[in-house]
Design a protein around this ligand. Sequence first.
Ligand SMILES: Nc1ncnc2c1ncn2[C@@H]1O[C@H](COP(=O)(O)OP(=O)(O)OP(=O)(O)O)[C@@H](O)[C@H]1O
Length: 251
Amino acid sequence: MPDAPVALSSAPPSPAGAVVVFHARDLCKTYQTGEVQVRALHDVNLDIVRGEFVVLLGASGSGKSTLLNILGGLDVPTSGEVRFADHALSGASESALTAYRREHVGFVFQFYNLIPSLTVRENVALVTDIAPHPMPIDEAIGLVGLTPRQHHFPAQLSGGEQQRVAIARAIVKRPDVLLCDEPTGALDYQTGKMVLEVIARINAELGTTAVVITHNAAIAAMADRVVYLVDGTIARIERNAHRLSPSELSW
Ligand SMILES: Nc1ncnc2c1ncn2[C@@H]1O[C@H](COP(=O)(O)OP(=O)(O)OP(=O)(O)O)[C@@H](O)[C@H]1O
């Protein structure tokens, strides 16, 4: 059973012994477009511990991508504090954020952003040149189950296979965190489940902290914790006593 929903004014304590990787306090993000101000995040308080699988759930426009982008160093908050381990992300320079992303973060987006003229293997290999401690390319491709397709080009692959290449590219540098924005948004039911299996496997086998955005409430059951965003604030956080595997989910 999930914990009783709690409205948060500050982040709840982390489990004893857990190592906090993300620490966000009083996070606010306001976008200014001409005269119009949009408050995308307001007073967000959240700790995420190492190895956790967290799902961000909320309606369109609730602030999920804004929060994920700030955690990933792609954007900065207007006010408040956000840290990754001992790296202060709020107030960091552009070059510090670039180094942070390169060394610690793997991103997976709804669209795969593969280079069409490169094979699966070459798309994954691109990243290993700039990563300090990459895993062998064969291992990354094996983890996503694409060894037999490694010499194919993106156009020769299904959507789910292309997304698995994107995941291999995200994890080959051994990131501490895998941040996924609607990773199954463009995929059909079965293919989406296969991609979720791969993300769950990376989280379980490599211990990579995973934060996954979805519109699909059924996916919440595979998380340790589910963060519900409403109008830019955390409405509640629920903990699953038992995580389901993607094969046990249905929607
Ligand atoms: N670059 C930007 N400039 C102006 N407003 C923005 C910008 N990015 C996001 N917003 C606004 O901030 C709010 C939160 O957007 P965000 O993309 O974080 O929501 P979301 O929950 O991820 O939505 P979706 O599920 O549709 O992707 C929305 O009102 C959005 O229009």
